[in-house]
Design a protein around this ligand. Structure first.
Ligand code: NOJ
Length: 547
């Protein structure tokens, strides 16, 4: 059975999912920080983009050591962002517009301010004593100080991942910031605790989860030392001194994720097609098998891993050709229920335009919005936002240790050419506004036919009105040009042909058949010359045809 033959369509098939990073999206109360009412206020804008679902980055109570990825209460809303009533309002208003809401779930760790951790750190005997990863010291140094149980490193500062707790005379493990202790997923009570948090939000009516940092939930059972990374050189990030083969990705991960996926199928929730997308960056030696491990290890009817090739793969036709061919074949061979989920940017990665330039980012938009599965748009990428410049006294990210960190891609959303790019009425915003806001903002771009925003809007409309782009089969086609990727999407007698020129020079693609009616080019004023089955593309141009 291929996708075309599958009768039941889930909302995730072909969905456009918009990642709203609430801190930077829209500030409704003039404190310089975006909030939940700010997201609600902009729902009509998201509707004009054709958005089918929002992934809301964390809004939970948090001391903000990692800007909300340190959760102090899975079932609340931080006052900075609003209240539970604001979340209810957002849900209601979004659903009224037929927009789904996926919330971020952070199961690997909590904040050190979570009540579970408050209790856990007090003694070795309390009811939460075993909820985190506690270990005795390995020994003592010459000054009599306890030494960490193993050589594991924390990801942000590249120092030991262990922190000493005098009350227990033990270390706790934190894969990320010291304020983000790792939960002990081998403990079934922890698993129930997190699943109850899922049920809390499902009962409120949310439609799914983006699940954070999942590989780290499953560690080597004895917490063995990591091997050294022989390639590491001074100047690299400290975390890369080791190969991280023991702190993540052990097979019991899939038992945990399956337990979580099973919650989505509980009778109370199953009727509404809930879905979860897991965050796991693939290793580079065998990406396809890394991705497939998640499809096979979870239930593909309700769960899929993110596909991060839009971030990791070089912007080259041959790379995309080989990847897409192998990846979609693997998905089809495994199960027609598999949903791809492409993301070309997020709050942890340098902006798409900064990485590959404006023209290529326009063709990346065509690629993203015509590939099968879920298309994730990171807020601001639809405007062609680029990395902001962060003065040293405004650096926020705990990851900004030996690099500039992730602040540049988190600068506020650009709504207007006015004060604070229309993001906030405050005198100061939590991060500075990026300097292309005068031209790259929602208001100015709405009036400009050539803008990124109008390209995204056209693509959004097309994807939402085309059963072919939503549900159609995917097939790579030959183009007889090394820099031009070609593929078709077909469904119920309609075929879309997509051509992407990855090069900064014009390119002529020679297809086997005539491509059909011209639908759209990544450049608003362009319409490539087509002679029979030959298509002349401009530098970095991407086009869509329909037959
Ligand atoms: C991945 C999140 O996207 C990132 O922002 C966060 O710092 C880590 N996980 C830890 O939760």
């Amino acid at each position: 059975m291929n996708k075309t033959q599958r009768t039941k369509h889930r909302w995730v098939d072909g969905a456009i999912v918009y990642q709203a990073y609430p801190r930077s999206f829209y500030d409704s109360n003039a404190d310089g920080i975006g909030d939940i009412p700010g997201v609600t206020a902009k729902l009509n804008y998201l509707k004009t983009l054709g958005v089918n679902a929002i992934w809301l980055s964390p809004f939970y109570p948090s001391p903000m050591a990692d800007f909300g990825y340190d959760v102090a209460d899975y079932c609340g809303v931080d006052p900075i962002f609003g209240s539970l009533a604001d979340m209810d309002k957002l849900l209601k208003q979004a659903h009224k517009r037929n927009i789904k809401i996926m919330v971020d779930l952070v199961p690997n760790h909590t904040s050190d301010e979570h009540t579970w951790f408050h209790q856990s750190r007090q003694s070795r005997e309390n009811p939460y004593a075993d909820w985190y990863i506690w270990r005795d010291p390995k020994g003592h140094d010459k000054n009599g100080n306890p030494t960490p149980p193993n050589n594991w490193l924390a990801m942000f500062d590249g120092e030991s991942a262990w922190e000493w707790e005098p009350a227990r005379q033990q270390f706790y493990l934190h894969t990320f910031d010291v304020g983000q202790p790792d939960l002990n997923w081998t403990n079934s009570e922890v698993r129930e605790g997190v699943k109850d948090a899922m049920r809390f939000w499902l009962d409120k009516g949310i439609d799914g989860f983006r699940v954070d940092a999942v590989p780290f939930m499953a560690k080597e059972p004895k917490l063995k030392d990591e091997p050294k990374n022989p390639d590491w050189k001074p100047g690299w990030h400290g975390y890369d001194r080791l190969k991280h083969v023991n702190n993540q990705g052990w097979p019991h991960l899939f038992d945990y994720l399956s337990e979580m996926a099973a919650v989505l199928k509980e009778p109370k929730y199953a009727a509404h097609d809930r879905f979860m997308v897991t965050e796991a960056y693939p290793s580079w030696h065998n990406k396809i098998s890394d991705y497939m491990a998640y499809y096979k290890g979870m239930d593909p009817e309700v769960a899929a891993p993110f596909n991060f090739e839009g971030i990791g793969l070089p912007w080259q036709a041959s790379e995309w050709h080989d990847f897409l061919k192998a990846f979609h074949k693997s998905l089809d061979d495994f199960s027609p229920l598999c949903v791809a989920s492409y993301a070309f940017g997020n709050h942890d990665q340098s902006r798409l335009v900064t990485r590959i330039g404006e023209s290529a980012a326009r063709s990346a938009a065509v690629l993203l919005m015509t590939l099968p599965g879920m298309a994730f748009i990171y807020n601001g990428d639809e405007l062609g936002m680029k990395n902001g410049i962060i003065p040293p006294d405004m650096v926020q990210d705990p990851g900004a240790v030996s690099s500039e960190g992730r602040d540049p891609e988190r600068t506020p959303m650009q709504w207007t050419p006015g004060k604070n790019a229309g993001f906030s009425k405050a005198d100061k915003t939590w991060l500075p506004i990026a300097d292309n806001y005068k031209t790259h903002n929602v208001r100015s771009e709405s009036w400009n036919r050539q803008s990124f925003l109008n390209l995204y809007k056209k693509l959004g409309k097309l994807r939402n009105t085309s059963a072919t782009l939503k549900h159609g089969d995917f097939k790579i086609i030959p183009t007889k040009h090394k820099d031009v990727l070609g593929y078709t999407r077909s469904y119920d007698k309609v075929t879309h042909t997509v051509l992407v020129n990855f090069s900064d020079k014009p390119a002529t693609a020679k297809l086997t058949d005539k491509p059909g009616r011209f639908v759209l080019s990544s450049f608003a004023s362009s319409k490539p010359t087509v002679i029979d089955s030959t298509v002349k593309l401009a530098a970095h141009e991407a086009v869509i045809y329909e037959l």
